[in-house]
Design a protein around this ligand. Sequence first.
Ligand SMILES: NC(=O)c1ccc[n+]([C@@H]2O[C@H](COP(=O)([O-])OP(=O)(O)OC[C@H]3O[C@@H](n4cnc5c(N)ncnc54)[C@H](OP(=O)(O)O)[C@@H]3O)[C@@H](O)[C@H]2O)c1
Length: 431
Amino acid sequence: MSSTVKVGLLGCGIVGGATARILIDHAPDLSMRAGADLEIARIAVRSLTKEREVSLPAEKWTTDPWEVVNDPDIDVVVEAIGGIEPAKDLILAALKNKKHVVTANKELLSTLGKEVMDAAEEAGVDLLFEASVAGGIPIIRPMKESLAGDRVRRVMGLVNGTTNFILTRMSETGESFAESLAEAERLGYTEMDPSADIEGYDAAAKLAILASLAFNARVVASDVEREGISAVKASDIVAAHELGYEIKLLAVAEIDEGQVAARVHPSMVPKNHPLAAVRDVFNAVFVESQESGELMFYGRGAGGGPTGSAVVGDLVEVARNIVSGGRSAGCTCYHSRAKIRPHDETRVRYYVVLSVLDQPGVLSTVAGVFANHDVSIASVRQEGAGDEATLALITHPATEGQHGQTFSELAKLDSVKEITSRLRVEGTGEE
Ligand SMILES: NC(=O)c1ccc[n+]([C@@H]2O[C@H](COP(=O)([O-])OP(=O)(O)OC[C@H]3O[C@@H](n4cnc5c(N)ncnc54)[C@H](OP(=O)(O)O)[C@@H]3O)[C@@H](O)[C@H]2O)c1
C-alpha cells in the first residue's frame, strides 16, 4: 500500500494552478479522504518566470512536460495544458508508462476520446475527466455511475458560461448581441478569439462527451449540429418574453429508436422550465431519464476553484484506487460509434417570424405552405403596420427536413418579404 501518491502536473494556468493550490491548502482533509497523501512531485509549464498561484521548490518546476510523464516516481498525471497537441501525445505516453491520468481537456476527449480511452484500458489505469464538462458541476460521475441503473433519454445543457452571460444580459438589459459581447469581453469572460464560445464549438465538444456517457455510444464533436448565437436579435428576445420564453444556447442530445441526435443552437425555452432560470455565467445540465424522471445539475462551469475542485476530486478517486488496488469504471461507450440520426430527420419545434404584405388571404397562403409539408401550427400572432405585417408562428414537432422545406417555400412567396427569425423551441414537453 502506497502512503503517498505522487502527482505530476502538466500546466499551472487557471485549472492547473487551482489544482495545485487545492492540493496544498486542503492536504490534511485530502489525505484522510484518499487514504494517502497527495504530493505534487513535478509541475511543467512554459515559463519559469511567470507569477504562480502556488509556491513550490524550484526543483519541482520544469519546462519539459516529457520529464513529468516519463518520471518513474509519478503515479498520476494531471493534464491541464489543453488543446490536442502536445496534450494527446503526453497523455498517451503517461498511460503507456502506466500512470493514471486526470484531464480537463474537452477538445481532446470529444475528438480523439476513443484513442485515449483505449490506451488507458490497455494500460489498466484510470483516465478521469470530471472537469472537462461544466467545470465544477459533478456530471461525469453521476452520468457514468449514479445513473448506470437508469436509461437516459435526453440531455439538455447550458454548458457555455460566456454565451449564457451574453444572452442573460440581452434579456435583462435589452442590449444588442454586439453590446453584450463587448461587456463579456470587458469582464474577461471571453477567450482571445471568442468564436469557440459564440459559434457553439465549445458547447458541441461538451455535448459530445455528455451524449457518449448518456447513451453508452461514442458521439464525437463533428456529429453535433451546431449554430451559434450571433444572429440572435434584441427583438427576438422581446418577442420571446411576450410569449413566455427565454432564449438560451441549448446543447441537446436525445436518443430515439437507437439513433442519437445531438445539436447546439439558440432555443426558446419556456420561462417555467428550470433551464430558463439559469442566469449569467452559470451552467446547468438537465437530464430526462426513464426511471428517475427529470434531474438538474447546476453550478459554475468554469474558473479555477470549480474546475480545480473537480480535478482534485478525480485525484482523490485515483488515490483511493491505488490504496485499495481497485480501478474506476473505464470507458462506458459499449458501442464504439453512436448511430447518428440524419439532421433532416430530427424532430423539433420552431418559432418563426415572417414579414409579410398586409393583404387579405396572406395568412391562409402561409398556413397552406405549412400544411403542404405536414407541419402543424400551434399558435399564430399577427401584427400589422401600414402595408406590412408580421406573422409570428410556433409549430408543433415535425422534422428539420419538413421545416426546412416549409421555410424555402415561404421564402419564394411574393407575399412574404422576409423570414426575419427562426428559433427552435425546446423544453415544452411536446418534443
Ligand atoms: N479555464 C477553465 O475555466 C476551464 C474549465 C474547464 C476545462 N478547462 C480545460 O482545462 C485545460 C486548461 O485550461 P486553462 O484555462 O487552465 O488554460 P491556461 O490557463 O491557458 O493554462 C495552460 C497551462 O499549460 C501550460 N502549458 C501550455 N503549453 C505547455 C507545454 N507545451 N508544456 C508545458 N506547459 C504548457 C501553460 O504554461 P504557462 O503558464 O507557462 O504559459 C499554462 O500553465 C483546457 O483543456 C481547458 O479546456 C478549463
